[in-house]
Design a protein around this ligand. Structure first.
Ligand code: UN1
Length: 521
């Protein structure tokens, strides 16, 4: 347990307490007086030590039969399931996610385990015909090596599961820098892997902030101690990581921000679209990479739709994550709340209408009629909708990561598609329509990696490829069978049994055609 221990890391199967590192507390954002735990930042030396432990464990783990590796992941899934309620409560307490969603997030990790357990019995390669006699060709998936990974705070259990479950099954060993906003959740993730039977050194965790521990990991890419990097977080940091990996001829898995569009067409089921827009925009306090950024509404229904939207939004219940029936809880931490308030300050322009008001921090100068939490001690923000947003506005192309989204008006479908794509992100997207032709145009014209038809921009299922394009990532995908390509490299093997040197292309017994032959009709 992490209580009264000031843990800095889990390396080579042991928890490490630090005497002199910088401490950082994990604070319950619903009540800042509730300290979930105090952890200590790992520095460069500790990150290096973790990577060395992972390197040492790599040979044995990569040679352990894949079905045996997968059985450990099976154990992990069973342990998560057996502790689902408790894990969801820690997660909700630590990052303010409503309990129902926290339970869903833990379930997403269970689903990922269940999906990948049998992948340990596949990891298929191919047998391929050779152009030579008495020769066979094969392809094998080989593990990559030491995987260094930095994850975000908004999905502190499911997203690490997306990375580490396939990485471990494929035979890699890992160093994880979880978010500084969710160290307790990350502690339990690590602890359950330990109890699932992951051998020492195979999985290592280093706690700390992005500025210190994360920066140390990025610096160490140039030392060559990682063979693969994964990162979920901002586009800005992703770009720096991509540069460091590029210098070292590595391809990282980058899952970055979004400005996810939702198009509402005139023929849409309006009530369904309203429901979808509200959850996409305000579910999880708008703090999903897949949250709604720009709501793009047909001009002929715009005013009526906005009126209903504002009406429904103004009745949303905000409050303590443990309370039933809340739309969203506090923001993840004070830092996220301040970031959100800063966006309201700098991105809202004179021509934007704010029908839900302009602010702000509930309990700190502003109120909210349907508040079910401790406003004085929590980091709660009012919801905001910005109307009349144009493609030339900064807010159109800036990820805001809070309970705030834009509404734009379109006159023809080409304009709607331009609004959906031109901000340069390409993670998630949605359309509400019952017109198959519009669905087709949307599916073939959207640049996002994920699209919903008559559904929220959020809530991807755990076995479809998750990821984005443009400013949202480098095209890598997580989840489902596709993620195996991130954690394995192809190995091509040829086996010549002919007893002589047969040269491909040169000694191949191709059959020559009679090119003088002309058909006579
Ligand atoms: C994220 O915000 O980084 O699709 C992940 C969803 C969730 C995962 C989001 N299943 O909204």
């Amino acid at each position: 347990m992490y209580k009264n221990r000031k843990l800095a890391a889990y390396i080579d199967g042991r928890w490490i307490e630090s005497q002199n590192g910088t401490e950082f507390p994990s604070i319950n954002p619903a009540n800042k007086k509730d300290v979930v735990g105090v952890f200590t930042e790992s520095g460069k030396d500790q990150v290096r030590e973790a990577a060395h432990a992972a390197r040492k464990a790599y040979k044995t783990w990569s040679q352990t039969p894949a079905p045996v590796r997968a059985s450990v992941i099976g154990n992990f899934g069973r342990l998560i399931e057996a502790n689902k309620e408790e894990l969801a409560k820690v997660l909700a307490r630590e990052i303010g996610k409503p309990l129902r969603e926290a339970l869903g997030e833990v379930q997403e990790a269970v689903d990922t385990c269940n999906f990948f357990v049998s992948e340990g019995r596949r990891l298929y390669g191919q047998t391929v015909p050779s152009e030579m006699p008495n020769k066979e060709l094969f392809t094998y998936r080989r593990s990559i090596g030491v995987f260094g990974c930095m994850t975000a705070c908004n999905f502190p259990f499911a997203v690490p599961a997306w990375y580490f479950i396939p990485a471990l099954i494929a035979g890699n060993t890992c160093v994880w820098k979880p978010s500084e906003d969710a160290p307790a959740t990350s502690y339990w993730f690590t602890d359950l892997l330990h109890h699932a039977g992951v051998p020492k050194g195979v999985f290592n965790t280093v706690f700390g902030t992005g500025q210190k521990t994360g920066a140390a990991m990025v610096d160490l890419i140039d030392e060559g101690i990682f063979d693969k990097i994964g990162f979920t977080g901002s586009t800005e940091v992703g770009r720096r990581i991509g540069e460091a990996c590029g210098r070292n001829l590595q391809v990282p898995c980058l899952e970055l921000g979004g400005k996810n569009p939702m198009i509402v067409c005139r023929d849409a089921d309006i009530d369904l679209a309203l429901e979808g827009a509200l959850f996409s925009g305000f579910g999880t306090g708008g703090q999903r990479c897949t949250s709604l950024g720009n709501l793009i509404v047909d001009s002929s229904i715009h005013d009526q739709f906005v009126q209903k939207l504002v009406d429904r939004a103004s009745k949303m219940v905000i409050g303590d994550p443990m309370q039933p029936g809340i739309m969203y809880g506090p923001l993840i931490s004070e830092r996220f709340l301040k970031g959100h308030l800063g966006h309201l300050e700098t991105l809202i322009e004179k021509h934007h209408e704010m029908p839900l008001g302009k602010g702000g921090w509930i309990g700190h100068g502003v109120g909210w009629d349907h508040m079910k939490g401790d406003a004085e001690n929590g980091f709660y923000a009012r919801p905001n909708i910005a109307l009349n947003v144009k493609m030339t506005d900064r807010i159109y192309r800036t990820e805001t990561f809070g309970p705030l989204f834009n509404v734009m008006k379109f006159h023809d479908f080409d304009e709607a598609m331009a609004m959906a794509n031109d901000h340069g992100y390409g993670l998630s997207s949605a359309i509400y329509t019952n017109n198959p032709m519009l669905v087709y145009q949307f599916k073939t014209g959207i640049t996002a990696g994920m699209s919903s038809i008559n559904n929220s921009t959020t809530g991807a299922e755990a076995h479809l490829p998750f990821g984005g394009n443009g400013k949202s990532g480098n095209g890598g995908r997580q989840s489902g069978i596709w993620v195996i390509d991130q954690f394995t490299k192809w190995h091509a093997v040829n086996w010549d049994m002919s007893g002589k040197l047969q040269l491909a292309q040169m000694d191949t017994a191709y059959v020559e055609p009679d090119l003088n032959y002309k058909i006579q009709i």
